[in-house]
Design a protein around this ligand. Sequence first.
Ligand code: GLN
Length: 456
Amino acid sequence: AEAHLTAIEGAGALNAFVHHTPDIARAQAAAADTRIKAGDAPALCGIPIGVKDLFCTKGVPSQAASRILQGFKPEYESTVTTQLFGAGAVMLGKLNMDEFAMGSSNETSTYGNAINPWRAGNSDAALTPGGSSGGSASAVAARLCLGATGTDTGGSIRQPAAFTGTVGIKPTYGRVSRWGIVAFASSLDQAGPMTRTVRDSAIMLGAMAGHDPKDSTSADLAVPDFEAMLTGDIKGQVIGVPREYRMDGMPEEIDTLWQDGIEMLRDAGAEIRDISLPHTKYALPTYYVIAPAEASSNLARYDGVRFGHRADIGQGDGITEMYEKTRAEGFGPEVQRRVMVGTYVLSAGFYDAYYNRARKVRALIKKDFDDVFAAGVDAILTPATPSSAFELGSMADADPIEMYLNDVFTVTVNLAGLPGVAVPTGQDRKGLPMGLQVIGKPWEEGALLNVAQCLE
Ligand code: GLN
């Protein structure tokens, strides 16, 4: 823990940690020492981790990287962090992210963006660590912690993992409790680990997962020993390669990476099968209707009364002006855009045309996956991202939709509620890490991680 606290101090320029908790870390590390001496060392005993700012941590600022939650220190601890601490983990601090987890480059954060520790060739240009869990990815890649929590609503664990050469898994919807995690889009949100290796992810996921009566969508299923399922044996397994993920204009190096991944799994004894997921092209627009709709509802609670920031109001201003000013000051431009889009698609006149239509398409996207799994496919291999990490600031003047295109390979998995893992499998011609995604059957994270490990 001390070594990591020192490393964090020296790596302030990465802007990965936004709240430091050395006192908590030292107390937890001392408690871990005592448990180890007593011969009672659980899975993560003494392991230093970082926690995404989206998780409520008792008495510690938990701001979701938003100005509107400035000064908010929860009275309670999220279920995930409670379980991690129970398993002996040591919290070094809170990690940077996009505001309310909305973004793909960490540039919507009220703290300013985190930076990717990787550089392209000899270039000095700072690169994005991805988003929204960019601080988590940066911290793990820079060796500032051994693992970090992330959350993934449309790719926010897997895209930053791919951009930083780290491993990240979004579990099956319902595998990990959402209680105490600031809600973005509740039917899509899942927390998961971000680590250096697949094995570390298996261990950390085991500690995070499990039924929680405080989250009615968490599944009442036993959590298997994911680590024990990493046998390295995938002989005879059927790996689907969906033709719809071969996008027009996809960089050749992403295609090469994908082909190399296919060969690795074939060499390990898997049967490779060409499959079709016909509704893939509708996933991105469907996601960008459903996610803002749910966000606009979830974010209604930030009203200047219950949490964090409240605007100064003038003489004669009433409660409406207080709400308006607080929300105008407290939410950044991307969050405001999502609230507006979400409110629009849920409004009486447009509900059927947008929100209801998106829900129907979502069911078709899920059915595509159900059909290929029913036809004997065990897991699906795709690229994780359409490119490697891009330069910070390079999208500043772009249409917001350009940024949304980053999520093209990842949002399907959230819409269908499936587990998906990003694993680093190669480098681009500038030496930047690139990752592949493996998508698994519901509740089969162990088997999924076992396939992913064959790609490491
Ligand atoms: N980049 C996507 C978005 O902005 C995904 C975010 C996430 O998974 N939290 O909505």
